[in-house]
Design a protein around this ligand. Sequence first.
Ligand code: SF4
Ligand code: SF4
Length: 384
Amino acid sequence: MDTLEQLTREARALANGTPISPAEAELGRVLQICNGCRYCEGFCASFQAMTRRLEFGRADLHYLANLCHNCGACLHACQYAPPHEFAINVPRAMAQVRGQTYGDFAWPAPLGALYRHNGVALSLSLALGLALFLWLAARTDAPVGADFYAIFPHNLLVSLFMPVFGFAVLALGLGVRDFWRAVTPATTGAPVSAPAGAEAAHDVLRLKYLDGGHGEGCNNADDAFSLRRRRAHHLTFYGFLLCFAATSVATLYHYVLGIPAPYDWPSLPKVLGAIGGVMLCVGTLGLWALKWQRHPLHGDPSQRSMDYGFIVLLLLVSASGLALWALRGQSGMALTLCVHLGSVMALFATLPYNKFAHGIYRSAALLRHAVEKRQPNTLGLGGE
Ligand code: SF4
Ligand code: SF4
């Protein structure tokens, strides 16, 4: 039966010109069983969206996989999980298809594949390579006690960072546009309404689906519920936003208000950057520790390098930024500045291919979910 079903799905996908992958076939098999069982239907948006479907085409699988937050709850609740012969592992099947979508929708695609398999090595070599390049280009004759802009003039920094930032925005924009176009017809095709947008924003900003569906948190190392993963994600996410806000406010000060950089404590850019840097540092250390302790059946082991690559870069950016503050005006400042700028550049260059892109696709999937759930359920078999 399974083989016939799989062959039918593959034939349909081939007729559409898109061969179904082994990961997609496995997620389709798992979801057919879950759709009959429905024990987990209240856990998260993925299960709610699943109950509106009897069949799972390629776009449905991509949509459902990106709705999953990999909280692990459905693995620990499942009576058919390994070693049962059904071997139902929803978080892993979702993660494998999700990982595939990062490659499918990445622009340009070869960079996505390269990062996926060599995340840590690529992140570190890019950050250190750029730091070395900056060190060679730095004005090493700047006197001890001088500020950052005696080493790299402000305009030079802007001309170095703007193309990298522009590339990240363009690549991410093209990727999410293609993802949106692919999943919209599979999610009723209805346009986004204000209430749907507000609900999706609320769910994204609160990381609602890391609460395990009951508010006690997700599973990490074992059956126990914990909110630590949600808190570490919040610290990382809001720390990153505060650091970005610090840079944006500094740009506004410099170019619009005519208050030239650098800025000292307690100016707004400095306060935002310091609080954001500490939050980012603590959050990424927490994510690293939680990932290290993660249950071996959670997620997709082949994506570990990509996950750690992103965490390493965020940690390097935040730790070097805080060290730079402590070393300002001292002899180690120039080298620390090169490491900081190199890691920030590497972070932006890899944003379209790392976990940041996954956050953007997940937000798009949550928005489609908020739209879809407001449309009539044509199956009439349950769900929301
Ligand atoms: S994960 Fe297991 S328990 Fe949950 S719906 Fe699927 S088959 Fe049922
Ligand atoms: S791992 Fe969590 S978020 Fe993903 S499908 Fe299972 S319950 Fe939902």
